[in-house]
Every structure is written in structure tokens, then in C-alpha cells.
Design a protein around this ligand. Structure first.
Ligand SMILES: C[S@@+](CC[C@H](N)C(=O)[O-])C[C@H]1O[C@@H](n2cnc3c(N)ncnc32)[C@H](O)[C@@H]1O
Length: 200
């Protein structure tokens, strides 16, 4: 068990380490911890990275899926190019962007990552609704582009709705894991749900 003071200094440690290694964000270490536990990346696989900017998860993914894998990244915000990553700028909840992702991914994606989070208003009714809408959109995308036995990593904020989110994901995947990586601020309510082996 890591106490919260230790965890804060861990967060600073990861921010420094990211800078030193030309990694675009500390989030890289969260994905690395999740991947070390669940072994999600394989060479030559196709990955979709939602909420990708500034791009550390895309950096991580493209490195793991060499030589012939591809990453399709999407964010409302601009992302500086990464070799081998196709970037689609826009809100993936928007139909136009959503269909662009489907067209680019076809039914040929082995792993969907979503580190996206809606803007937090502080009003839990609104925030829960926005998160749920985002989750539903990611689930719809799984239906369209994730292959059978593919995997999902999605960021969720802990709250009253958490069991509902887990339930939705467990209907679609053979196994569901929950991760709170060390590089994640202990004060933050974020956790990651990992859906393992998509059923359809
Ligand atoms: C925590 S950052 C992601 C960091 C990224 N994983 C990395 O490693 O660099 C969350 C991102 O989600 C994006 N985002 C939130 N909602 C989105 C949506 N509906 N469509 C696309 N991007 C979204 C935000 O613009 C923000 O850049």
C-alpha cells in the first residue's frame, strides 16, 4: 500500500521522467503499468487511441506494435504528428468524427484505448451523464471496429455510477479488471477499466 504523500512524489517523479525521456505526458507510465499487468500490446496490431492529445499513449502504442501495426488517434485538440500515427481531430461523440473512425478502423482493431474525460462541472448529475454518454459512444465504437477477443482500456471517474459502468463493460467482455496506476494522482478519482476479450 502506497501512502498519498509518497504517491504525490511519485507523480512528480513521473512528470520529470517523462520530460527527460521526451515522452509527451506522464500518462505514458499509467499505460505502461496497465500493459505490464495485462499484456495488451502485440506486434503488428491495430490500435485506436481516443482522447489522444498530447500523444503519450500514441507514442507508447506505436512503439509496441512495430513493425506493421497502426494507430488511429483522435482528440478534440490538435496533436503534433507522430510517425506512423493517423490523427483525426474532433469530438468522437460527434457523428461525423465517429464515422470517420469507423471508416478508418473498419472491423480490424485489436485494442481500443480511451483516456478521454469530459470537462468536469462539479455537478455530479451532469458529470455522470457526460461520462456515461462518452462510455456509450466508446461501446458503440467497439461494436463497429473491435474484433472478437479484442481489448479495451477506458478511463472512468469513480462515483456512484461506477458499478453501472463496470456492469455495461462486463456484458461485452469476457473479463473486466480495474486499475489505479501509481502514476495517477491519488487525489484524482480516475481509474481505468480494462475489458479483456471482446465477446462479439
Ligand atoms: C488526459 S488527456 C489524454 C492524454 C493522452 N492519453 C496522452 O497520453 O497524451 C484527455 C484528452 O481527452 C480529450 N477528449 C475529451 N473528450 C473527448 C472527445 N469527446 N473526443 C475527443 N477527445 C476528447 C481532451 O481534449 C484531452 O486532450
Amino acid at each position: 500500500m502506497i501512502d498519498s504523500r509518497k504517491k504525490t512524489s511519485f507523480v512528480n517523479f513521473f512528470t520529470k521522467k517523462a520530460k527527460q525521456n521526451k515522452i509527451r505526458a506522464r500518462s505514458w507510465f499509467k499505460l505502461d503499468e496497465i500493459n505490464c499487468k495485462y499484456n495488451l500490446f502485440k506486434p503488428n496490431m491495430n490500435v485506436v487511441d481516443l482522447g489522444a492529445s498530447p500523444g503519450s499513449w500514441s507514442q507508447y502504442a506505436i512503439n509496441k506494435i512495430k513493425p506493421n501495426g497502426k494507430v488511429i488517434a483522435c482528440d478534440i485538440l490538435y496533436m503534433y504528428p507522430i510517425n506512423g500515427v493517423k490523427f483525426i481531430q474532433g469530438d468522437f461523440c460527434n457523428n461525423g468524427v465517429f464515422y470517420k473512425l469507423i471508416k478508418t478502423g473498419r472491423k480490424n482493431i485489436q485494442l481500443i484505448l480511451s483516456d478521454a474525460a469530459p470537462n468536469i462541472s462539479g455537478i455530479s448529475l451532469i458529470d455522470n451523464k457526460n461520462f456515461y454518454n462518452l462510455l456509450i459512444k466508446v461501446i458503440l465504437l467497439c461494436r463497429k471496429i473491435l474484433i472478437k477477443n479484442g481489448n479495451l482500456v477506458i478511463k472512468i471517474f469513480q462515483g456512484r455510477e461506477i458499478n453501472r459502468y463496470i456492469k455495461v463493460i462486463s456484458l461485452l467482455f469476457n473479463d473486466v479488471k480495474i486499475s489505479k496506476p501509481v502514476a495517477s494522482k491519488s487525489k484524482s478519482r480516475e481509474i481505468y477499466i480494462i475489458g479483456i476479450k471482446y465477446k462479439f
